[in-house]
Design a protein around this ligand. Sequence first.
Ligand code: CA
Length: 360
Amino acid sequence: MERRKFVRGAGLAGILAAGSGPAIVHAQTTIRWRLASSFSKSLDTLYGVSEVFAKHVSDMSGGKFIITTHAAGELMPAFGVLDGVSTATVEMAHTAPYYFFGKDPTYALDCAIPFGLNARQMNAWMYEGNGMKLMREFYAKVNIVNFVMGNTGAQMGGWFRKEIKSVADLKGLKFRIGGFGGKVIEKLGVVPQNLPSGEIYQALEKNTIDAAEWVGPYDDLKLGLNKVAPYYYYPGWWEGGPQLSLYVNQKSYDSLTPEYKAIVEAASTYAGTDMLAKYDYRNPAALKQLVAGGAKVQRFPKDVMEASFKAAGEVYAELNATNPAWKKIYDDYITYRRDANLWFRFTESGFDDFMQQQKL
Ligand code: CA
């Protein structure tokens, strides 16, 4: 009683003088940060994950750590967020790192590479394997601290106006394809286009492009891609489990207290888990809706898959010979890909194959 009265009466200066300073000072500091997303507001999955993250940071900090979220184009273009965080124009960004493969293909290893890891495997590599450690080393060069914040799960292969019967049908096709997949598919004669979400529908509608992939049923339905192309191909072999990342400017991150750093880590992990749950729960219903609306769901022909796999191997061999940063991380990634596929073949695939053949 006496002590409480003393503390109340003494004010902040008194508390500091009493030696219980730092934690109290930090807890009372309100921080306001901005997060630039690479995604459009209409996508409650990809953009929404940033809102979920910001809400959790605010809740966990008792409303003292406020992050405002901004859609692509609001503060900077969708693909401008890497530079935005690197130069501290904003403190944070949420993006698909493979958008920056033109600067360095190594960024794609923090997201997805053709015939790479699925969502479960990506998580394992990042959190339990060397993924996070290696990517942090790489991002340090651009003053960014990266966190895993979401995964879409394996994607669909996209919307095509014409049927793809063999590799020959890909020649000259102008195809909007996410990030690094374009590097591989151009070896098959495709002309890849790296458009942000807000520009895809219009480009396809106006015939600027012939085909487009975005994510999967739930998002694609929102973008209206089914209205402008009937053939819906699978699987999106360039995105078996694309991971989204939260970028934090290094100096901004260093200025946070250990408590706030822990909050950023916990909130990004929660938001990421929530994002994959949304996709896994909402995609089945959206796929039914698309099929009912006339979408023709088709598997990519075997020769397309095989030629693409071969082309991916060629791209990786070229990069291994010319890009040491890539090679260092890729070697670790690909070793785990081999082991993971050996293991998942027995368990996940063995179980899923049986279940999917049953009348449920
Ligand atoms: Ca995609």
